[in-house]
Ligand binder design. Sequence first.
Ligand SMILES: *Cc1c(COP(=O)(O)O)cnc(C)c1O
Length: 400
Amino acid sequence: MAYDDDTTLGGTGARTRAVHGGTRRSQWGEVSEAIFLTQGFVYDSAEAAEARFQECGPDEFIYARYGNPTVRMFEDRIAQLEGAEDAFATASGMAAVNGALTSILKAGDRVVSARALFGSCIYILESILGRYGVEVVFVDGTDLDAWREAVTPETTAVFLETISNPALEVVDLPAVSAIAREAGALTIVDNVFATPVYSRAVEQGADLVIYSTTKHIDGQGRALGGVILGSREMIRGQIEPYMKHTGGSMSPFTAWLMLKGLETLDLRVRAQAENARAMAQAISGDPRLARVIHPALPDHPQAETAQTLTGGECTLLAIDLAGGQEAAFRFLNALKVMVISNNLGDAKSIVTHPATTTHQRLSDEQKETLGITPGLIRISAGIEDTADLIADLRAALDAV
Ligand SMILES: *Cc1c(COP(=O)(O)O)cnc(C)c1O
C-alpha cells in the first residue's frame, strides 16, 4: 500500500499544520485520517520481510509496538507543531516521563529536578530512580542560584515542569537550559501547562519536551496518551528503542483521537486561556481570597518569566480561599457550571482541591513548600461562555 505523505502541504502556519501535518492517505483518499487498527503488517515475500527487519524505512512498519501509520501521523503532526525534529507517542503522559528519563539514565548518573512537580513525576524521581543508583537532587525551580549550585559537571539531566502543577510556579527555561548545557547536561521539560500552542521550549533550550496528551491535546477527556519530542537522533536513537521494547507505545485508536484533538487544539486552548485570564482578573482582590494565582496577574512572582515562556498565557488559575479547607469545600460544592474532577485542559471547566486529592500523598511539609494550602483550588478553564464561568465563580464565593 502506498501513502501520500502530505507533510509538505503548502502552508506553514500553526493552524494549517495542526489540521494537515503528517497526513498519510491510503489509496481510498479518505478525508479523515484512517485508524489502522492493526498490530502487524503483511510482507510481499520472505525476502521483503527479511529486508524490513534489516532496515525499516521511515514509512514502513513491523509491529504496532514499534510503530503504526496512524501513530506516525500523530507523531509527525505534533513534531511540526512543537518545532521539533521528531516525536515518539506513548501510552500515557507518565509513560513519556518515565521513558524519557529511564532511556537516558544509568546507575551513577545525577539528575537535578525542580521540586514542584506532578505527583507521579515526584514518585518516579524520588522513589524509583534511586533504586537503580541514580542520584536525584531537588531544587526550588524558580531559584537560578539553586540550579547553578546543584548542576555540577557530573549532572546527566535536569528535569522541570515549565509551569508547575498546581501552584503555577514558572521556571526560567532559557536560563536553566543554559546552565545545564554549560555542565553538559540534557534539559528535559514536562510542558503540559505551557501547551504546544504557546510553547517555545525547543528554541528555549529543551532537549526533550514531554506532553501528557490526556490534557489539552485530547482536550475532551476521552483517552490517556503522551508524547516525547526532540532531535531525530535522540528520539529514534535512544527513546524509540527503549519505548518499543518496554511496551509503552500509544495505541492506533488513541493516536486517531489525538490527531483529531490537534486539529482544534489552537482554537480550544486560546479560548481556555482567555477564560482563565478573565476569571483571574474578575476575582483578583476579592477579600474572601488569600491569593489568586495566574501568570498574567502583575503580582505573580514570575510574571516576567511567564511572558518569555508563553506570553503570560495559561489555561489554569489557582485560588486560595482565606477560610481554608472548609471554605474551599463549600465553594466547590456550590459550583453549577464547573465540575469537580482532577483532569485539566478539558473543554469543560474543572475544579480540583489538590491538598485532599491529587497531592494528598505529600507530607504537610512538602505541601507547604509547594504552596498547596488547605484553601487552594486549581481551576482548569474550559471553553464555556466567559460570563457563565465568572457568574459561577461569584455565586460560589457568595456561598462561602
Ligand atoms: C497529567 C500530567 C502528567 C501525567 O500524564 P498522564 O497522561 O496522566 O499519565 C504528567 N505531568 C503533568 C504536568 C501532568 O499534568
